[in-house]
Design a protein around this ligand. Sequence first.
Ligand code: DQA
Length: 143
Amino acid sequence: MLVLNGPNLGRLGSREPDVYGSQDMAALKALLEAEAPAGITIDLRQTNDESELISWLYEAVDTASPVILNPAAFTHYSYALRDAAALVTKGGGILVEVHISNPHAREEFRHTSVISGVATGVIAGFGFDSYVLALSSIGRLAS
Ligand code: DQA
């Protein structure tokens, strides 16, 4: 399973800990590996580069991998990422959009997601548990 993270999430731990908590990406990886059902490999990645994120979604299509995607700030304006996410879901794949915070409880510009309309589902506001909930939803959908 691909767990893809967009810009600035590589700074988890030190970035706005009041919003995102004080744990870093390594802790997220360890949590997901501990929670993953037997036989599911967690391939967790982060990039600040929109083009790289889009290539990883192509890879998900080509390898039929389910995706947990935290698009970070791209959520709010990247139509290119939306179109790539649509390639996954309209091709019959699963893509769950996740957010650590609840963007709807934050600034106005965060209330819009251009990704949600093509995602299989959206989970937001539960800290790192948003990813764990996505993992268990994907497990149920896939079984
Ligand atoms: C985020 C919310 C986005 O608005 C923000 O730009 C992020 C992280 C979240 O996980 O809460 O970088 O996607």
